[in-house]
Design a protein around this ligand. Structure first.
Ligand SMILES: [Zn+2]
Length: 756
């Protein structure tokens, strides 16, 4: 007897018939005789036209074996099936499922991949995580219990917790209120507590809000919060559950055709990224929320292409949107695109040497990258050739964090590095030794300097790192992000006629900017100010600024000696790199000069100890020292998408703990409860979905008070100096950072990232 079948077409049409010849999925088509087409009329359909093919018969009674996986499948035509799938069978266009319902009319169903709207493994996320060895069963069980607790949390409980009340007090108020009979029996807890004057309406709203949130909390979220798994691991498991490939966007460059299929507006709204247009005209789109069904529906609504989903992390998607959509206006990507096409052509001929540093395309590309980076406020450009045929990455450091910005075909890597070396007048024949140099460009009337470092790396490559030094103006002191106390202390110190002021911190912590603001503050025509810098990044009329050249024997030491013979009032030495410079600087400050300098130390008290270890005389230094400013730059919350929220008790406790419990209250930081709100960045276009934009300075200002000076003379440790200074009102870097968390400028993670 011939096999009876039911065909479901992509548009939802169904047709019954019999197989005209045995169905073989590899043939990519099916030959049938349809019931309504008349006897003997044989038709064949390409599988691309079909969503599924049902083979009529009695479902197998056998229980699924271990090689089978149970899945829920929904076709694009809206039919849903519960089937077991043989994992060992592989066809390019689809797969067989065996219906699990005994009442099914079909013994098996062939699903085409393009005909599926969604499929998911019919098992719990926990068991997938367990199978992947990420979470063990007891941990999973505990997390599930916590989830249940969160779902069943009562309002009273939340109010007690959020406002730090005593449970028994609240219970007493409630029972008194109920027994007094003045309140209707069915009054809600919130109303009673408000009537009793215990909480405000706003606090009740907050509690209701977090109750609501707790009810909606998914198990995956909870596992991430508890740091049991990472977002990546969760997505990996969800991808497995929903049968979507989990991909690494760092390794993939989307097709330009795919990018054209979705507008910037759609990709930012849905936070998705189109990757490929398959030969069957299916659009492959990366999403980060496989559990959210509205994304698929939205995509089907906005594009005419059928959509295949893959999973990637939200961060990677946000980065890629930035890279592929937002930053293309400079045309750098287009230029790279042109190059890529040529590179493919060239690889076939297997001849890289056709690309030379003098090709106009290469010259154009390098210029564009340099200018593009400057326009975007990038601090460093990293050009990182891959090994062999791997693409060459161009990463930009913005606000202290590196991002992959461009990928350039391997065939161009040597020409690009050679071009950069030529621009910096370096030896292009030298490939084995590091070289440094600089490039000067003029753009829109501004002089931009790039400090270049060429470093030979494995695979016969050379990496190029360019630091961008754009001449800029100093910021006035009040714009430097000082706390009121620090601003006042710093201004007081600057009134002194002589002594030494140090600004300390790691590279890139904004030391030079601070020193220039300080110099700007005291830059009047009655004072002679000399500065020695490497490089001169900020210029100010009135200052006499000197660029040092250690290579030709004109370093900070030599500059300082020269200044002392040149009738100075104020001297700024870019950095005290050696003991002799430090000693000379301190002596100069004791002989009537105001001296500014920087040091690579972590904190203000550590600086004192370091200088003494370097051989400075503690008495001299104590007499000279006016103040030490330690500094960091933390990422600033994006002020376009700030959202207030009520921190959990744990989050608040973390802040208190990081600040130091004994100081938290003394310094007048807010109590928990009473509508305490913090803010966080929700992520928007301005910040590319990261929630951060720009940076905020964090300070630690140790003033040379009599107590501090005498402690220095007694050779006290950094720890002792620190606590003495705190007693006298110093806020440590961490404290200043946490104060800025409460001001809504940054968050604890970012503070801890920069202050150990
Ligand atoms: Zn934002």
């Amino acid at each position: 007897m011939q096999q009876q079948i039911v065909l479901t077409f992509m548009d939802g049409e169904q047709a019954e018939g019999v197989l005209a010849r045995p169905f073989a999925p590899k043939e990519n088509e099916i030959a049938v005789t349809l019931a309504e087409a008349g006897e003997g009329m044989q038709l064949s359909y390409p599988l691309y036209d079909l969503a599924c093919i049902k083979l009529v018969g009695t479902p197998s009674a056998a229980a699924p074996t271990a090689q089978e996986i149970e899945e829920e499948i929904e076709t694009v035509t809206g039919e849903k099936f519960h089937v077991s799938i043989l994992t060992k069978e592989k066809y390019s266009l689809g797969f067989y499922g065996l219906p699990l319902a005994k009442t099914s009319h079909y013994k098996s169903i062939f699903f085409t991949f393009h005909g599926i709207k969604k499929r998911n493994q019919d098992r719990l996320l926990g068991s997938i995580l367990e199978e992947q060895g990420l979470v063990d069963r007891p941990t999973m069980q505990r997390a599930l219990e916590d989830q249940k607790k969160l779902r069943n949390r009562r309002l009273g409980e939340i109010i007690v917790q959020q406002n730090n009340f005593d449970q028994t007090d609240v219970e007493r108020i409630l029972s008194d209120a109920r027994s007094s009979g003045e309140i209707p029996r069915n009054a809600r807890i919130g109303d009673i507590l408000v009537a009793a004057g215990l909480v405000s309406r706003a606090q009740i709203e907050t509690a209701l809000g977090s109750q609501q949130k707790g009810r909606k909390k998914r198990i995956g979220e909870l596992l991430i919060e508890k740091k049991l798994i990472t977002e990546e691991q969760l997505l990996g498991a969800l991808a497995a559950k929903f049968r979507m490939p989990f991909i690494d966007l760092e390794q993939i460059t989307p097709d330009p055709d795919a990018l054209k299929a979705l507008s910037l507006d759609v990709v930012t709204r849905l936070q998705v990224l189109p990757l490929r247009l398959r030969p069957n005209r299916h659009l492959v789109v990366a999403i980060s929320e496989p559990t959210n069904p509205t994304i698929f529906d939205n995509l089907r609504f906005t594009t005419s292409y059928p959509v295949d989903l893959v999973v990637a992390t939200s961060q990677q998607i946000a980065d890629a949107i930035e890279r592929c959509y937002i930053r293309t206006e400079s045309r750098v990507e287009e230029l790279i695109g042109e190059l890529d096409e040529d590179a493919v052509h060239n690889e076939e001929e297997n001849d890289d040497s056709a690309f030379s540093e003098s090709d106009s395309q290469i010259i154009n590309l390098v210029n564009k990258v340099l200018i593009d980076a400057y326009k975007k406020g990038v601090s460093d450009i990293h050009i990182e050739p891959g090994i062999g045929r791997q693409t060459c990455l161009v990463r930009y450091r913005v606000d202290g964090v590196c991002h992959v910005m461009h990928r350039i075909a391997a065939a161009y890597k040597n020409a690009i590095v050679a071009r950069i070396k030529i621009m910096a007048r370096l030896d292009i024949a030298e490939h084995r030794r590091p070289q440094s140099g600089k490039i000067l460009l003029r753009y829109e009337g501004k002089k931009i300097e790039y400090r270049l470092e060429i470093t030979p790396t494995v695979g016969g490559n050379e990496d190029a790192v360019l630091r961008i030094l754009a001449s800029s103006n100093p910021l006035p002191l009040p714009k430097m992000g000082f706390s009121q106390a620090n601003l006042h202390a710093f201004e007081e110190v600057l009134k002194k006629p002589y002594g030494i002021i140090l600004c300390v911190g790691p590279t890139g912590s904004g030391k030079t900017t601070s020193l220039h603001s300080a110099l700007g503050h005291i830059n009047h025509s009655d004072r002679k100010i000399w500065t020695a810098e490497d490089p001169v990044e900020i210029t100010q009329p009135g200052l006499r600024q000197v660029q040092v050249h250690p290579k030709i024997g004109f370093g900070f030491k030599e500059a300082l000696r020269s200044f002392l013979r040149a009738d100075p009032d104020v001297i700024m030495i870019g950095e005290m790199r050696d003991a002799e410079t430090a000693k000379t600087a301190i002596e100069a400050s004791l002989t009537g000069h105001l001296v500014f300098s920087t040091l690579h130390t972590n904190s203000a008290p550590e600086t004192v100890v370091r200088l003494i270890e370097m051989g400075m005389d503690p008495y001299n230094f104590a007499d000279a020292m006016l103040g030490i400013l330690a500094q960091r730059l933390a990422r600033r919350l994006c002020d376009h998408c700030l959202q207030p929220y009520c921190p959990s008790r744990t989050e608040y406790d973390d802040l208190v703990h990081a600040y130091g419990e004994e100081w938290f209250e003394k310094h007048g930081l807010p109590d928990y409860g009473e509508g305490l709100t913090l803010v966080k960045g929700g992520g928007c276009r301005e910040c590319n979905g990261t929630g951060y934009r720009g940076r905020v300075a964090i300070h630690e200002m140790m003033v040379g008070t009599p107590t501090v000076k005498s402690a220095i003379k007694q050779g006290k440790s950094a720890e002792e100096l620190r606590s003495l200074a705190i007693d006298e009102g110093m806020a440590t870097l961490k404290m200043d950072g946490i104060q800025k968390v409460f001001q809504g400028l940054t968050d604890l993670d970012q503070v801890l990232r920069v202050c150990l």
